[in-house]
Ligand binder design. Structure first.
Ligand SMILES: Cc1ncc(COP(=O)(O)O)c(C=O)c1O
Length: 462
């Protein structure tokens, strides 16, 4: 069975260049037809694999494709799948240190590598999560415990109007309701405005509330904006507040020497969301949280039960269930550990620097296409733009820019998506798949150019 599955997967990967950038996802009828009760008796593996690889997997966004510039790409490096295979087959218990000490140590090593890469101090601790959303949720729990204790309703959290919606969701899950979350206005480069932040904090203090945390973003999903992290850190220091950075998209760009200045202040955060399934190209399901004061992460989660192995074990050993909400869990650290051991840190740094360089090239070419206005130049590896022509109204520009994303994607070589920010529809390109190289950038520019030819004259005639 393992050989059959591996052969299918390898064939799938071998054809990735030829797969359309976006499969036919208009699949409501198919999904209805797929509903069925649990089968009473099993069937052979082969026909199941046939259906999966022939009928169902292709009807999806080709997220592993080299031409995937939509949303935030990642790609999914293959050895991580092998790590999962080992982890799931051996099914060892990594919830508590005593049950698999050496394996838990590998996970601790992988977390410590992330810590060192992000410039966090040795006493920082972390947690592998299923993604960025869960990391941010956990960070807000730490901030709440530290600054509010039982007085949750008085606490106020600040973020920007460009923050990912997982911030609001996380706050709510952590007991900080939407009426206690302030979406601070962003500037013309989509970055959180420090002056507005300071005013909002002061106003809440005057009302008897307790400003407790700021969630800034190192690379927004909409336009790739990096908030003024260092200045937010100053505000939080001065106000005695927790500073969490959502680096789900952008944190790994801290590995690029030439972006240290853009991301200045990142290592000063109280906590940081990382998404190795984005910036380390791992498969979905790999997020991570770092907390500067490891004791704060532990304090938020520490718990034991009489039936578990006796606590405490030696202080210097990491224990996942004492640093996160889960007890029984898989072994998420193995995919990170194996990938870094196999390729080495330099390969990850090199790949992320390549994506950055490709983005600068792509942005230069896209900016020179007829009718393109660059709304957000790349700070990291994402840029956003809209389409215009003489006499165009805002709503015509919005519709044309949306059509540009759709038509370009329909050509099949690349997939691009848009967003709405500051009241207009923006096209966006995010370069973050490890499979993307110059060839796909050329295809992107060619297909955008061809689609513009198709759209602008028609729109201008309306
Ligand atoms: C900036 C940012 N924050 C948070 C998230 C949520 O991360 P996840 O989808 O891994 O939960 C994303 C996802 O794209 C993101 O771009």
């Amino acid at each position: 069975m393992a050989s059959d599955v591996a052969a299918r997967c390898i064939d799938h990967l071998a054809s990735v260049d030829r797969q359309p950038s976006c499969g036919d996802v208009d699949a409501a009828a198919l999904c209805r037809a797929l509903r069925e009760p649990a089968p009473e008796h099993g069937v052979a593996l082969e026909p199941l694999l046939d259906s999966l690889f022939r009928d169902w997997i292709p009807r999806s966004f080709t997220t592993i494709g080299p031409g995937y510039f939509a949303y935030i790409p990642g790609g999914g490096i293959y050895p991580a799948a092998l790590a999962d295979f080992i982890a799931d087959t051996t099914n060892r218990y990594t919830g508590v240190w005593q049950a698999a000490p050496a394996l838990v140590q590998l996970e601790a090593n992988a977390l410590d590598w992330l810590r060192a890469w992000m410039g966090f101090p040795p006493e920082a601790r972390g947690l592998f999560t299923t993604g960025g959303s869960m990391a941010t949720f956990n960070a807000i729990v730490c901030a709440r415990e530290r600054h509010l204790g039982a007085e949750i309703r008085r606490g106020v959290l600040y973020t920007s109007d460009q923050a990912h919606h997982s911030v609001l969701k996380s706050a709510k899950l952590a007991g900080i309701m939407p009426d206690r979350v302030r979406a601070i206005e962003s500037d013309d480069r989509f970055r959180l405005r420090i002056d507005v932040l300071r005013e909002a904090i002061a106003a809440d203090r005057r009302s008897g509330l307790t400003p407790c945390a700021v969630v800034s973003t190192a690379g927004t999903t909409n336009t790739g904006a990096v908030d003024p992290l260092d200045q937010v850190a100053d505000v939080c220091d001065g106000e005695g507040m927790w500073h969490h950075i959502d680096g789900a998209y952008g944190a790994f760009f801290y590995l690029c020497d030439d972006l240290r200045d853009t991301l200045r202040g990142l290592p000063r955060a109280d906590s940081l969301t990382l998404d190795p399934h984005k910036g380390m190209f791992l498969p979905y399901g790999t997020g991570a949280l770092l907390v500067r004061d490891g004791a704060a992460l532990r304090a938020a989660h520490e718990a034991t039960a009489a039936y578990l192995p006796a606590m405490p074990h030696p202080e210097d050993f990491y224990d996942p269930s004492q640093h996160g909400p889960e007890l029984s869990r898989g072994f998420p650290g193995l995919r990170v550990w194996l990938s870094v051991k196999l390729f080495g840190a330099a390969a990850f740094r090199g790949a992320i620097a390549e994506k950055r360089a490709l983005t600068l090239d792509a942005a230069r070419s896209v900016a020179s296409l007829p009718g393109i206005v660059m709304d957000a130049a790349p700070e990291l590896s994402l840029f956003a733009f809209h389409l215009t022509w003489p006499g165009a109204t805002r709503s015509e520009e919005d519709a044309a820019t949306q059509a540009l994303m759709e038509k370009t994607t329909a050509l099949g070589r690349v997939m691009v998506t848009g967003c709405t920010a500051h009241g207009r529809f923006l096209g966006r390109v995010c370069v973050l798949s490890f499979r993307t190289h110059q060839r796909e950038i050329d295809a992107l520019v060619e297909d955008l150019a061809a689609s513009i030819q198709d759209i602008v004259p028609k729109a201008a005639l309306r």
